[in-house]
Ligand binder design. Sequence first.
Ligand code: NAP
Length: 311
Amino acid sequence: MKKVRMGKSDLHVFPIGLGTNAVGGHNLYPNLNEETGKELVREALKNGVTMLDTAYIYGIGRSEELIGEVLREFNREDVVIATKAAHRKEGNDFVFDNSPAFLKKSVDESLQRLQTDYIDLFYIHFPDEHTPKDEAVQALNELKKAGKIRAIGVSNFSLEQLKEANKDGLVDVFQGEYNLLNREAETTYFPYIQEHDISFVPYFPLVSGLLAGKYTEDTTFPEGDLRREMEHFQSDRFKENIRKVNELVPIAEKHNVDIAHVVLAWYLARPEIDMLIPGAKRADQLLDNLKTADVKLSQDDIDDIDQLFAK
Ligand code: NAP
């Protein structure tokens, strides 16, 4: 698989990246081993992954720090680092802040944690209620001109907020939830981003492994596991999702890969999506997801999957 260009930016990446919220993301997952996380990043970069997707809130800076440590073992220009900020600590809580001053301070702090002098892609992670979105993006554009960031992204913005952010045509990438079980983005965001040459990076592509075909109808999750709360994992809905995922088996067998690869390849077949950032906790999962690069779905496969998950 060749490198692809993200939207109108000058970022060129291998289409399978790595989501790193489980690298040092102690506030998101219990009992994470930091060495396992660093090994995951190291293996990704050794095996052709170029894009690492992190954020300040993943481990409150710890994910960025661990990535920064591994980065020193590689040529900086071979790696494309995306990070995000918007969470400002207020007492024991976090509030969202998109003010120019906060974004500029966040970029400087991320640069220190990553031990680098530029960030390839900087996203505003979540919208705040107060800052005009075009002013927030103008602040990022100043950082771009200063050479501190190379491309501008926004995440979790409504379509209206995205339009405001992109008033001057400066947004390169939008990151939002999209997967075969949640296809809302096709009608909300896709027409706008295609028209404005913005790349859509879908998060939650495997729905915590549900779309990797790793569960059966009888799978249960322990007390405290986040999946117990998620809508796609609730009783009848869960069974219906498993039934649909199982229908992907013949397509996976035909291509001699696993269900996860078929699902990831289906996303890449969409013109709005240039690259993916499936999450992984261990290097073997990451290496496994790289097999997606070899899957060439036929138009019939694409249409069948489209129909199967249409409602
Ligand atoms: P995901 O990619 O849908 O699920 C990842 C999980 O699926 C892994 O942790 C692993 O869980 C399992 N998995 C991965 N590869 C597998 C394989 N080949 N076979 C079987 N299971 C596999 O969801 P995500 O990690 O939540 O999202 C991906 C990335 O998107 C994150 O790392 C983060 O960078 C980004 N993100 C961004 C936002 C945002 O607000 N912008 C929000 C969420 C996520 P187990 O090890 O538990 O099986």
